[in-house]
Design a protein around this ligand. Structure first.
Ligand SMILES: *[C@@H]1O[C@H](CO)[C@@H](O)[C@H](O)[C@H]1NC(C)=O
Ligand SMILES: *[C@@H]1O[C@H](CO)[C@@H](O)[C@H](O)[C@H]1NC(C)=O
Ligand SMILES: *[C@@H]1O[C@H](CO)[C@@H](O)[C@H](O)[C@H]1NC(C)=O
Ligand SMILES: *[C@@H]1O[C@H](CO)[C@@H](O)[C@H](O)[C@H]1NC(C)=O
Ligand SMILES: *[C@@H]1O[C@H](CO)[C@@H](O)[C@H](O)[C@H]1NC(C)=O
Ligand SMILES: *[C@@H]1O[C@H](CO)[C@@H](O)[C@H](O)[C@H]1NC(C)=O
Ligand SMILES: *[C@@H]1O[C@H](CO)[C@@H](O)[C@H](O)[C@H]1NC(C)=O
Ligand SMILES: *[C@@H]1O[C@H](CO)[C@@H](O)[C@H](O)[C@H]1NC(C)=O
Length: 273
């Protein structure tokens, strides 16, 4: 009789500590999505905010600054305008060109090789700084900058990716005299409208450009469809599928042998004996 009364009390005292269905903490964490500003529901390969680094692929860490989502690529920060899952596309723009065409630190746009690539609507503009003599108009537009208390003349020049040679040869002798240059991707379709207009240029740069990512996506598809959460183990530098009970290589329906091996690998087997 007394045991019948005690049992519910024990259950109450033990409270929420689940004894049987002890879901893997990493599986639970990676269920969280990254939500910030206009970006909602972002999952693998992205990490950040409520998603620990092991929930994403290296190089896809997002941050949320005053409800502005950002991504850092090769040391430069980009504003994140959108994520399109179906085409694995990111829409980003450089944060150092938000206000004007004159950042203090000039840097090219370098993208992680093999992880991010441009899509077909990819164009590029080159900005030239500290050019001693005027560049023929018609091919370029002029702007002025004051960087580090120095006034300088700048020009931007379109690069037509369909016809690279169209970067008019007559400009080259002028451009090589400039002190510095920076390449910035812009949507090819935006280039026509910005030709010759520095303000439109800034607007077009802030519209963002598209990047297509590649980060073990087929493995993630397998993992998700077997009920797991995708992730990446930075220690073993391998894709990992976090399943409710424990991580697997890429599929939550993997055989028990793999399951035992996984427990040994995780140093957890002795706990269960
Ligand atoms: C969110 O999207 C709306 C509509 O596209 C846009 O007007 C707004 O500026 C965006 N907000 C941010 C923080 O980017
Ligand atoms: C995008 O795909 C990821 C991974 O499959 C998923 O976790 C996320 O919920 C999806 N986001 C949206 C907005 O569909
Ligand atoms: C401005 O000064 C900083 C610090 O000395 C320097 O790193 C940077 O390259 C300078 N910018 C330009 C455009 O010269
Ligand atoms: C950007 O790349 C070009 C060559 O593609 C180079 O001439 C230029 O110096 C680079 N600019 C900076 C700021 O590193
Ligand atoms: C180019 O840079 C040098 C060294 O910083 C500077 O003395 C010169 O004035 C610059 N040229 C122009 C046209 O800004
Ligand atoms: C780039 O070249 C292609 C092919 O000649 C042309 O159709 C397109 O209009 C050009 N784009 C720009 C921005 O000049
Ligand atoms: C990127 O997002 C902005 C803001 O939502 C949008 O106006 C622009 O068209 C998008 N750019 C691309 C290349 O999809
Ligand atoms: C990464 O793998 C190591 C070795 O198998 C394991 O000890 C660790 O728990 C794993 N980390 C994550 C986040 O999965």
């Amino acid at each position: 009789m007394s045991w019948l009364i005690l049992l519910p009390i024990i259950a109450l005292v033990c409270g929420s500590a689940p004894v049987f269905a002890d879901d893997d903490e990493r599986y639970l964490s990676c269920m969280n999505s990254f939500d910030c500003g206009n970006i909602t529901g972002a999952g693998y390969p992205f990490s950040g905010s409520d998603r620990p680094a092991y929930c994403g692929y290296p190089g896809f860490e997002l941050s949320c600054i005053n409800q502005d989502p950002e991504i850092t690529i090769m040391g430069s920060t980009y504003k994140l305008h959108g994520i399109i899952n179906q085409s694995r596309t990111l829409n980003v723009s450089r944060t150092d060109y938000t206000e004007n065409l004159c950042p203090t630190l000039l840097s090219n746009t370098s993208l992680s090789p093999n992880l991010l690539s441009s899509n077909s609507d990819h164009g590029e503009v080159s900005l030239y700084y500290g050019c001693p003599s005027p560049i023929p108009s018609g091919f370029s537009a002029q702007f002025t900058c004051n960087i580090n208390d120095t006034d300088m003349m700048g020009y931007f020049v379109m690069v037509n990716n369909s016809v690279p040679s169209m970067t008019a040869p007559i400009l080259i002798p002028y451009l090589t005299t400039c002190n510095n240059s920076v390449k910035v991707p812009v949507r090819q379709s935006a280039i026509v409208s910005i030709l010759g207009n520095p303000n439109a240029m800034l607007g077009a740069m802030n519209q963002g450009f598209d990047l297509v990512w590649s980060a073990n996506d087929p493995l993630c598809d397998t993992c998700k469809s077997s009920g797991g959460q995708c992730g990446y183990n930075q220690t073993t530098t391998a894709f990992t599928c976090y399943c409710a009970d424990q991580p697997r290589d890429f599929d939550c329906t993997e055989s028990p042998q793999d399951l035992l091996k996984g427990l040994y690998d995780d140093g957890l087997l002795w706990v269960h004996q």
